[in-house]
Design a protein around this ligand. Sequence first.
Ligand code: 9D3
Length: 270
Amino acid sequence: MQIGIVTLFPQMVRAALDVGVCGRALNRGIATVSTTDPRDHATDVHRTVDDRPFGGGPGMVLKYEPLARAIAAARSNVPEGGRTIFLSPQGRRFDQAIANELSRLPGFVLVAGRYEGFDERLHEALADEELSVGDFVLSGGEVAALAVVDAVLRLLPGALGDETSAAQDSFGDGLLDCPHYTRPEVVAGRMVPAVLVGGDHAAIARWRRKQALGRTWLRRPDLLAGRDWKQGEKALLEEYLAEHNLTDNGGRNFDGTGCAHEREPGPILK
Ligand code: 9D3
């Protein structure tokens, strides 16, 4: 996979991608990431990439020509069929399903903005898609681009040490993760759940799935709304709710409908 990133801060992007799972994936040649700096595609002595907004107001706007040339240069390093994706607060919310889609492409170009954003004609003429990473304000698109690249790289075959762990992750199966414990067995007066040290691997797997379902129900009921419930999952969740005295669910259904948007916020795990 060949990924291009158009950014005014290539050092920032490179530094982040040099470490951890991403660094290893890139070192192994599973993917390549190239950066293109729009300043290298400016034509004036000041290497200008931004200008004041028509109509007035604060901040600066990224100019069409240097950005368009930078995007064209980045696209030339990416195979045919690669998409051009702008990172923008106005974009579609990035999620694991989009990460999965992108991981099946031969490559793509991410365009990170700074200042107030891009001249609108860049979006119109050159964007196949716009993505946001969430409803909060970043200083630019780089951190968002890094989130996208990280989420995609770790899905590529060979990127992770343990081939099964991507599928087992939070969101890999549409649920939050179960709790994890390590030594010592008792710390700060708190014990590890007995099942985890009992050696019954079927019981451990069942407990973990039950915890994942229960925590998702409590913390992220929205994730259960469209769920394709697997065999035995609803019974496991019933069991969790009974064990936590949550049988009075105030009319809330398993799938998060019924009152999720009407009721008081639920407890965040006792
Ligand atoms: C303070 C400027 N804002 C005026 C209401 C608009 C604005 C412009 C540019 C807000 C943020 C940014 C920079 N953000 C991104 O480029 C960005 C982003 C984000 O801020 N949040 C979530 N996802 C993304 S993707 C790109």
